[in-house]
Write a protein that binds this ligand. Structure first.
Ligand SMILES: NC(=O)c1ccc[n+]([C@@H]2O[C@H](COP(=O)([O-])OP(=O)(O)OC[C@H]3O[C@@H](n4cnc5c(N)ncnc54)[C@H](OP(=O)(O)O)[C@@H]3O)[C@@H](O)[C@H]2O)c1
Length: 326
């Protein structure tokens, strides 16, 4: 089968189209013929190997010390069930499914195995009316936004600040927080603010023009996707008992967050735990009820994966970048 192989850690040109062995589903696994995947920020971070110091070593050991051991990136897929491993009964060949691959990655290929013992992989029937290219942009961002906001205790009537709202996590977080009945203030660059208003944000802030951390914020939850602003400046925007949810904490955020959780009345949340099929099913219901939709900036053909990553590296994307595999 064809796959995009990550031949070294580095820029987009390390991604090469190669012929590799087609995977075979093990017990409990589902072999999916991939129709679409995405070029996410997290894929780019793995390709560049750019991680904060406090998690650098464990991730390097997991992904390969000198060069990538996990050679096929890609965390989201939408496609068709091709075949099933022993004991996999939830799906049948031909079913239209979508999901995330978990720590094994592998969606940058014509086929990927998910389910069974593949750590962190999640697979569910995809929303009935969606194209594969739309569906591929849903699972990772929507599930993570859902799980982070739930951990933050999202509820009706709360004030929620979302920093880095215009990307994959953020565009879903804005919609999910509004769906929960919260008041949403969304922070991102100027070109994304109109889109954020359309997604339901009550107030939008261009971080280049206005210091969102200046003054009292009075927020119940701050969901910081990007974690560029200093911990203390953002934490003080929370009401007593508020939750500071960080998707991409730097080393200083991590240690200050631990200390604050232990000693203060702000709860600091770093991770969203293990994704499960039920999370994706919850997302699917919201999509089918038109309560949630993917924002897709660009679509690229499979052969132009390096080009898609080059665009993702600019960090200008609105929402998601989709790769059409077939
Ligand atoms: N902790 C966990 O368990 C966990 C799990 C999965 C993923 N993650 C991490 O979570 C992150 C997910 O990000 P994503 O996919 O949503 O990224 P994304 O699509 O790149 O979105 C990030 C957004 O932040 C904006 N931005 C950049 N600098 C900013 C600033 N200073 N202030 C406000 N906004 C700013 C960017 O826009 P402009 O560039 O135009 O400004 C962009 O719209 C990744 O880093 C991933 O590794 C964490």
């Amino acid at each position: 089968m064809k796959a995009i192989v990550c031949t070294a850690y580095g820029g987009p040109d390390v991604l090469l189209l190669e012929e590799v062995e087609k995977p075979r589903p093990q017990a409990g696994e589902v072999l999916v013929r991939v129709h679409a995947t995405t070029a996410s920020r997290a894929d780019c971070e793995i390709r560049r190997f750019e991680f904060p110091a406090w998690i650098w070593l464990p991730i390097r050991l997991a992904f390969g010390v000198f060069k990538p051991r996990v050679r096929i990136l890609g965390q989201e897929f939408a496609g068709e069930v091709e075949s099933l491993g022993d004991g996999a009964t939830a799906f049948a060949p031909g079913d239209r499914v979508y999901g995330t691959t978990g720590i094994g990655l592998g969606a940058y290929a014509e086929y990927v195995c998910v389910g069974g013992r593949r750590g962190g992989s999640v697979v569910a029937p995809m929303p009935a009316a969606m194209r594969y290219a739309e569906a591929a942009a849903v699972p990772y961002g929507a599930m993570e936004a859902l799980r982070f906001l739930r951990k933050g205790g999202i509820d009706a009537g709360q004030r929620v600040l979302i920093i880095g709202a215009g990307g994959s996590f953020g565009t879903y977080a804005v919609q999910l927080a509004k769906h929960a009945g919260a008041e949403v203030v969304a922070v991102d660059s100027a070109g994304k603010l109109e889109m954020l208003r359309e997604l339901g944000a009550d107030q939008v802030i261009d971080y280049a023009e206005q210091d969102f951390a200046d003054g009292a914020g009075d927020f119940d939850i701050v969901f910081d996707v990007i974690c560029q602003a200093p911990f203390g400046r953002v934490a003080r925007l929370l009401r007593p008992g508020g939750r500071y949810v960080l998707a991409n904490p730097k080393t200083s955020h991590f240690f200050r967050g631990l200390w604050t959780s232990l000693t203060g009345d702000t709860k600091v949340i770093f991770g969203s735990g293990a994704a499960r099929d039920e999370h994706l099913r919850a997302v699917t219901e919201l999509v089918e009820a038109s309560e949630l939709r993917p924002v897709i900036d660009r679509e690229y053909p499979f052969e132009q994966m390096a080009e898609a990553h080059r665009y993702a590296d600019t960090e200008q994307k609105k929402g998601n970048i989709v790769i059409v595999v077939d």
